[in-house]
Design a protein around this ligand. Structure first.
Ligand code: HEC
Ligand code: HEC
Length: 452
């Protein structure tokens, strides 16, 4: 090509480009260049900041621009009179008002890209008379989430955090002082020794000692970050179990460590290195039993978090109730039937006396789970089983029960069902034994309600 020809060709290309840009690109063009890349991206959209699964911006994009527009318009998600006020834009910008500033920042860039793309496309659609007048879709295709509102709600990070507070955070004092730096108070003379102990451990084992942070959110975030998925695989130190094991929640270090024994002693009398792979050993020794109520609550959270994250819930029936609220009320039963073996797991359900019907209420108000000790005693802190109506009034960090006459219904885990499914409640059959009690519902082990 000689120079003259090159210049002419360039001029022609330039003038064509100029005509094109002076006209608005068609909705289809914007759809192809801006929305399709969001749809085709292997990464989740910015919605993942709050919705672990169950809904994604991709759900709102149908194969063609026309179908997408008509469907969103007919669901009221696009405001054709005031495109900037469209509900779909409001959904995208929800992330801007997240009180969790860190996560707000992480997703800010992605969110802006999505917002600009949708905003641009909506505006170009709303200038197109043909589209505005288009008849509703005849197919039953619908732009939007496939799963129910209940599943979407359950898969939100704030719901997961609420569950974390009730089930895990509430039990953290069992790990005092070794893993709870924020609970150590230099001004409290009772804490002088615990502070020293914690400091020594941190010197020896490093910052990994500080499992519980200042707030539940920071704690949960750190646990999750330590167990992040990269590609399709969970990332952790080779050979070690992760703190949160998404594939096998029961093999999370978070529950494996506190249920593990001290490491074996070497011939010189010193402990060998504690192990973080199976079989796990723990320098803190056994602090929790597989079978007690804290273990159950922690595993409940771990399993539910993994299922929510992986989007395993597909219908309302599959959702766990997730209605356990911690208390500091302890029940101790000293008259367990002799025939019950030591270390058997027992669930205790609390039923109130209903004065009006003069009978025990059908639904339990609380429960605990515990192992039968060698001296045939059961000891456990109660979790309130909240009804949906109660939930807004209860404090997720800890609640209380009014004193009163109660019946305790005991269920022994006869068939070892809990080994298979640790979060199971056994009260769908009739109880193995019952006790009645005038419960005071005091605070802590010192004020336990005791059945002699
Ligand atoms: C900052 C957190 C946050 C982000 C980011 C977020 N949402 Fe939500 N979303 C919520 C909350 C909170 C609710 C419950 C709203 C309510 O009850 O008022 C909700 C509810 C929903 C619902 C249930 C239906 C409804 O209207 O209540 C849908 C669908 C939804 N969001 C879709 C999305 C989509 C799509 C995105 C991404 C474009 C997104 N959300 C981004 C927090 C968020
Ligand atoms: C008396 C002190 C002490 C108590 C109480 C204690 N631990 Fe530990 N824990 C340790 C020490 C020391 C280590 C570091 C050595 C090791 O890995 O065993 C550790 C390590 C861990 C680890 C591994 C952390 C990591 O990232 O490697 C976890 C998880 C853990 N403990 C969980 C718990 C839980 C949960 C509780 C309470 C239910 C608890 N521990 C109670 C002393 C304690």
């Amino acid at each position: 090509m000689n120079h003259f020809k090159l210049i002419i060709t360039s001029l022609i290309i330039l003038s064509v480009a100029a005509t094109a840009s002076s006209e608005q690109p068609t909705p289809e063009a914007v759809f192809e260049t801006r929305l399709k890349p969001i749809f085709n991206s292997p990464d989740p959209s910015s919605c993942v900041q709050c919705h672990l699964a169950a809904v994604d911006l991709k759900n709102y994009i149908l194969p063609t621009s026309r179908e997408t527009f008509i469907s969103l318009r007919d669901q009221g998600l696009i405001n054709t009179k005031q495109p900037d006020e469209s509900k779909i834009l409001h959904l995208i910008s929800m992330g801007d008002s997240d009180p969790d500033i860190l996560s707000q920042r992480i997703h800010a860039k992605n969110r802006k890209r999505e917002y600009d793309a949708f905003s641009h496309w909506i505006k170009s659609c709303c200038q197109n008379e043909d589209l505005l007048a288009a008849k509703p879709l005849e197919t039953n295709k619908k732009a939007g989430p496939i799963l129910s509102d209940a599943v979407i709600r359950h898969s939100r990070t704030d719901r997961v955090l609420d569950s974390f507070i009730r089930n895990v955070w509430s039990q953290r004092m069992r790990c005092f002082p070794c893993h709870t730096p924020a609970e150590l108070d230099a001004g409290n003379p009772m804490h002088t020794k615990p502070i020293q102990r914690h400091r020594d451990f941190v010197e020896q084992y490093g910052a990994r000692m500080n499992i519980f942070k200042k707030t539940p959110l920071e704690t949960m975030r750190a646990l999750i970050a330590s167990s992040r998925i990269k590609g399709n695989k969970q990332e952790f130190k080779v050979g070690n179990l992760p703190l949160i094991n998404l594939e096998e929640p029961a093999l999370s270090l978070l529950v494996e460590k506190p249920t593990a024994k001290l490491p074996a002693k070497k011939p010189d009398g010193k402990f060998s290195e504690p192990s973080s792979s199976t079989p796990v050993s723990h320098m803190g020794g056994i602090k929790m039993h597989k079978g007690d109520q804290s273990y159950k609550a922690w595993l409940h959270w771990l399993e539910d978090y993994a299922a929510s994250l992986y989007g395993r819930y597909e219908s309302d029936e599959e959702l766990p109730k997730d209605n356990w609220y911690p208390t500091q009320h302890v029940v101790r039963i000293k008259s367990v039937p002799e025939s019950w073996p030591s270390l058997a797991t027992v669930q205790v359900f609390v039923h109130r006396w209903d004065k009006e019907s003069k009978s025990w209420t059908d639904k339990p108000i609380a429960f605990t789970q515990s192992l039968v000790t060698p001296r045939k005693i059961i000891n456990g802190s109660l979790f309130v089983l909240a009804t949906p109506g109660q939930r807004d009034q209860l404090d997720p960090t800890g609640t209380k029960l009014e004193p009163g006459k109660v019946q305790l219904r005991l269920f022994i885990d006869k068939d070892n069902a809990l080994a298979e499914s640790p979060i199971l409640l056994l009260n769908s059959r009739s109880p193995d034994t019952t006790f009645t009690l005038d419960a005071k519902f005091g605070i802590g082990f010192k004020n336990a309600d005791i059945v002699e």
